[in-house]
Design a protein. Structure first.
Length: 95
């Protein structure tokens, strides 16, 4: 799921199965939040080919987020403001 330049409010959501394309056409993130502002509550991102949740720019308020078994990182925050409570992060997949 991709959110660019918009407000979002995601609650009780599960994202899984993002496919990483080495050619760069898709990264395989479960959630990509770019220059966006919003809330994640009771969100699980698992089994994605790249990151579970990637935040680039914008603002994130997150509670009760679980990231597990993703191909790279669980939660990545880059040049953004983030307040995260109740994060559960489990091992990334390795090949």
């Amino acid at each position: 799921m991709v959110v660019v330049g918009a407000d979002y409010d995601l609650r009780r959501v599960r994202v899984e199965g993002g496919v990483h394309d080495p050619a760069g056409r898709t990264l395989g993130d479960g959630l990509l939040l770019q220059d966006a502002r919003g809330t994640l509550d009771q969100v699980t991102a698992s089994g994605n080919g790249w990151n579970g949740v990637t935040v680039v720019g914008g603002e994130l308020e997150a509670t009760n987020v679980t990231v597990e078994g993703n191909g790279a990182s669980g939660l990545v925050v880059n040049a953004a403001s983030a307040n995260v409570e109740g994060l559960v992060a489990e091992a990334a997949l390795t090949t």
